[in-house]
Design a protein around this ligand. Structure first.
Ligand code: BDP
Length: 560
């Protein structure tokens, strides 16, 4: 209830020796730079590009006195990676994990200015999520995207009375079913009221009933229009919590839709569909890991022109703004947890498993009411050919099902490309596969690559018949402007051929229910001999200009 954005310019200082806490930084420090929030620190100032370590942010703010009867909360939508937060010198709390939100009660001053100080630490370790090896230097990550740091998603203050909404969950169907559950905290509310609005007009009001630890209602609403592909039909659900007077008020934009796996089929609103789309990244020059709204708008406009109906939030849950836009534009989203680069040693590490479960819980809490989110991907390319992977993945699958039994679960597997058998794929609802023959092997030889890919597909289909298969990655790098005849690796022609021939192969297999090209856009990676500043597998350049493959993919998707 009531929002005060804290985005803008913040004081910033790096602390390579991690001495700031001893030196009193929580009470204020002398800045090195003034940086913008939200955004990664790396590209705002060239000398910060490769900084990985501890850094401090601070800003002052004032609050109008008319809020002084309320409780104030600080909401951080994403700080990469560890955050500790002080207000007026008092430690409010801390959070680990770069891609989920956290909220801290903030005893603010109303008569004077408040000083907000945030310590951010983005050092990688074998047990960070995603994991990395070293403390300094970029040989560290076990993942193929640049390890940006900072307060890279919006920050705001919000206000409530003494009862407030802790969590809200909504389930719908395209036939008009509506199930609402509200968990409150603080003083026991006198009543909790839900309201559904269609373009500002109230179409349903209900006082929720208390049972167990929550307030709920179930209804069948006749005449609501379903949410569908390219038709992001949204209704606004408002929930008011009263204790004496209005104590909290929250809203979610929801849609009425049903997404199911039935045998080898994917059904949206009872209709069989195939997914066409991309793996993406939230990555843009200067902003780093923060994707500004105009770029979000352009990415969706491009995806629509390319005839895509879906994407995966590779390799972490995306920002609220990005997924709001998916809800509005009617795109289907596979929401992926940041569990990328999991290795054998992780599977037997109990603390690490608990941390993964917490991050997944936070991801689901943040995005569970979005009509666009139709499936969860719990990990990307884990070393799931080891026996130890099975109990680990089993527990993650169980965790997700307990929290949200309504959405199918997947994780992406590349075991077959290494000649291994995946030991956990039978646990999930949808089999997601990656293909890079013709890029990392069979260099430049698409005939052999396609033969091998077809053989793998047939084998995997036989092993998991009865489950839908989707291809969540296949791609080849191309440097925009590089051409050759006959096509050679890194040229626009080779990438176009690669994507065209692979899509034809996938289209010819009935049981392949989705294709996602890797990637929509070129993106920043750690420096190495196998990347040319960026990972060049985008069909668009990093500034969103099409390569030759874009036109080809658009044509193929039309027929997929
Ligand atoms: C896959 C990863 C993805 C990489 C891609 C590539 O899932 O993060 O960027 O390969 O090599 O293994 O381009």
């Amino acid at each position: 209830m009531g929002l005060l954005p804290l985005n803008g310019f913040w004081d910033f200082k790096i602390d390579p020796e991690d001495r700031g806490e001893d030196e009193g930084f929580p009470e204020g420090f002398e800045r090195d730079y003034v940086l913008a929030v939200p955004a990664s620190w790396n590209e705002q100032v060239p000398s910060l590009m490769n900084y990985m370590g501890v850094a401090w942010y601070a800003r002052r703010f004032r609050i109008p006195e008319r809020f002084d009867s309320l409780r104030a909360w600080l909401v951080f939508n994403g700080v990469n990676y560890r955050a500790r937060v002080w207000l007026n010198g008092h430690l409010l709390g801390e959070h680990e994990g770069g891609f989920t939100s956290f909220r801290l009660e903030a005893p603010v001053e109303y008569e004077s200015e408040n000083l907000l100080v945030v310590k951010v630490d983005n050092r990688l370790a074998p047990d960070t999520i995603p994991p990395g090896r070293g403390l300094h230097g970029f040989e560290g990550p076990y993942f193929d995207f640049f390890h940006y740091g900072g307060i890279h998603r919006p920050v705001h203050l919000e206000f409530t009375g003494n009862s407030w909404v802790e969590e809200l969950s909504v389930n719908t169907s395209f036939r008009g079913d509506l199930r609402i559950k509200v968990y409150t905290r603080g003083r026991e509310p006198e009543r909790v009221v839900a309201r559904l609005l269609d373009e500002g007009k109230v179409i349903y009001v209900k006082e929720l009933e208390k049972s167990g630890g929550f307030y709920s209602a179930e209804e069948l609403l006749r005449g609501v229009e379903p949410w569908d592909i390219y038709r992001g039909r949204l209704y606004r659900l408002e929930v008011d919590v009263y204790s004496e007077e209005l104590s909290d008020s929250v809203y979610e934009d929801i849609g009425f839709r049903t997404f199911e796996v039935e045998g080898e089929k994917l059904l949206l609103n009872g209709r069989e569909i195939r997914l066409r789309g991309f793996g993406r990244h939230q990555d843009f020059p200067v902003f780093g890991r923060y994707l500004p709204e105009p770029v979000i708008v352009r990415d969706y406009a491009m995806m629509k022109r390319l005839n895509a109906n879906s994407f995966r939030t590779s390799h972490y849950p995306y920002s609220g703004e990005d997924l709001d836009y998916a809800d509005m534009m009617g795109f289907l989203v596979i929401l992926e947890a940041p569990l990328v680069g999991l290795r054998r040693e992780h599977f037997t590490n109990r603390d690490f498993l608990e941390k993964c479960k917490r991050v997944i819980r936070e991801m689901i809490r943040d995005h569970r009411n979005r009509p666009s989110v139709v499936m969860y991907s719990i990990a990307n390319e884990p070393q799931s050919w080891f026996d130890e992977a099975r109990p680990f993945m089993e527990e993650l699958v169980r965790t997700v099902r307990e929290l949200d039994p309504t959405r199918p679960i997947t994780y992406t597997s590349h075991a077959h490309m290494l000649g291994r058998r995946d030991k956990a794929l039978d646990l999930v609802d949808v089999v997601s596969l990656h293909f890079y023959y013709g890029w990392y092997s069979f260099h430049g030889d698409l005939d052999q690559a396609l033969k091998r890919a077809e053989r793998d597909l047939e084998d995997i289909h036989r092993a998991y018949s009865g489950k839908p298969i989707i291809v969540t990655e296949f791609g080849a790098g191309a440097v925009a402007g590089l051409h050759s005849d006959p096509p050679e690796m890194w040229t626009e022609e080779y990438q176009a051929d690669f994507l065209s021939r692979y899509t034809d192969l996938f289209a010819s297999k009935d049981y392949v229910k989705g294709v996602h090209v890797w990637n929509l856009v070129d993106f920043k990676t750690p420096q190495s001999h196998w990347r040319i500043v960026l990972n060049r597998k985008g069909v668009l350049t990093r500034t969103r200009q099409p390569k030759m493959a874009a036109r080809v993919v658009a044509e193929k998707f039309k027929k997929f």
